[in-house]
Design a protein around this ligand. Structure first.
Ligand code: GRF
Length: 199
């Protein structure tokens, strides 16, 4: 069978996108294998979800390190020791340093809950409502040093409906996140594999 590209998912919280990636990767036709889940927060609910789904999951507790460089050194060492080739950020709430981002250049994906380049940053659903947008959505993109600004791999649109609050809108967007993130990873991992086969 064609080798699958070893992928890690980085989380900080509930890990529903992580769960969607693990679920999709159960198919033998999926081009990425989720080999590891890491969280910067030991209390992240996604850690036990990952284990229940049969994927090794570990905390690299940010607060246990003296600062971002030490934390990122531990993170990087673990990714390397697990032979990871692709990193998927999925609700990972830390801004990674330029050096770390460079190390994973064109190998690190993120899911963002807006139609980038609109609504970079936090609280996207609240801001979509406050701006009176009629359309909202989510984006899978490559991670670059500039936050939420890397090349776009996939997007999905949802309508903003009369009576929506941030919770209702977030739930509609999240459903699309769970659909496009696995698709985007599958396509991306296939292109990584093709590139390494032709190298
Ligand atoms: C998602 O809305 C994602 O777009 C954003 O953070 C949230 C994470 O949710 N980056 P979950 O942990 O995947 O459930």
């Amino acid at each position: 069978m064609t080798p699958r590209v070893r992928t890690a998912v980085l989380i900080s919280g509930r890990g529903s996108n992580m769960g969607a990636l693990i679920e999709a990767a159960r198919s033998p036709h999926f081009s990425a294998e989720i080999g590891l889940v890491l969280s910067d927060d030991p209390a992240a609910a996604g850690l036990s979800l990952a284990r229940d789904m049969g994927v090794p999951a570990e905390a690299i507790d940010f607060r246990a390190y003296t600062g971002k460089p030490a934390f990122e050194a531990a993170l990087g060492a673990r990714l390397t020791s697990a032979s990871i080739e692709i990193v998927c950020l999925a609700g990972f709430m830390r801004v990674l340093s330029p050096a770390f981002v460079e190390r994973w250049r064109e190998r690190m994906l993120n899911i963002h809950p807006s139609l980038l380049p609109n609504l970079r940053g936090l609280n996207t659903h609240e801001r979509a409502l406050a701006q009176g947008l009629i359309e909202h959505g989510c984006t899978v993109h490559l991670v670059t040093v500039e936050l939420d600004a890397g090349p776009i791999l996939a997007q999905a649109r949802v309508p903003v409906l009369p009576g929506d609050d941030a919770h209702a809108l977030a739930a509609r967007v999240l459903e699309e996140e769970h659909r496009i993130y696995p698709q985007a990873l599958d396509e991306f991992a296939r292109s990584v594999r093709a590139a390494s086969e032709h190298a």
